[in-house]
Design a protein around this ligand. Sequence first.
Ligand code: SAH
Length: 281
Amino acid sequence: MTSSNLSPVGEQVGQFYDQLMGAFDASLYGPNIHVGFWNSQEDTTGLEDAADRLTDMMIDRLQVGPGDRVLDIGCGLGGPAIRLAQRTGAEVVGISVSLKQVERANELAEAAGVSGKVSFQHGDAMNLPFDDASFSAVWMLESVMQMPDRTAALTEAARVLRPGGRLALTDNYERETISEERRPVIEGILKRYLTQSPASFEAYPTMLREAGLRCAEIIDVSENTTRQSVKRLGEALAKNMEQLAAKVDPEVFAKLKPAEGENLEMPEVGYLIVTARRPAA
Ligand code: SAH
């Protein structure tokens, strides 16, 4: 099923996740589709707990409580939104371009007993189906890098955020200069997962300002997240490859599977946590 109010990129990303639903349902990260946070190389925390740890760090940044209403842009399977509601008492609305994710996320909210407080719907970040200033806070957890235009997506997020409200997100950025030789390799890997080119750390505050926001904090957590997860996820995948392959269309799986001997580590691509605020009117 398609929906006319999705952008072409949103439509494509939605189909991508719909096709991969089986794999994420058997997911090694639990109901999360984002990297974990590890305190050190020696930290033996499992993938799901490490993913929850990153969610908790993002929850702290929103500073919300009972009576607040939060928008989760790019909600995935809903795990982070459910956790946010349970930990803070805030109401949460999640949106995704994947119909199957929305369906699954609503089931998970029901199962967790929070469907009165947490709901998920189909929609596109580039054209949010919500009124101006209708949310106390907004987050975009590992989703903005799949959107066709970061500044436009942030402008939409700022529009629905009430003055004084906070926005928290995670994103990829160019941590080391990407050489001419490496660029096609990196772009190839990112494209396979429908991910746009990494952002610029230096340009982030300006981009936020252009969107009507003010930067509160930008931190590079690459050492604790992406620099650890490729190896850890690779090990877990190797153990579960057959189980995952059985749950996805073989053609889709073949397209996603790293080529024999391909190294998915991209030291040039770092991971950021960004917090911003919409100025009080
Ligand atoms: N935030 C979730 C999921 C991250 S995966 C988590 O941390 O677990 C990226 C999510 O962004 C997916 O749910 C995908 O459907 C969503 N997404 C990507 N582009 C989008 C767009 N244009 N509009 C709405 N959602 C989008």
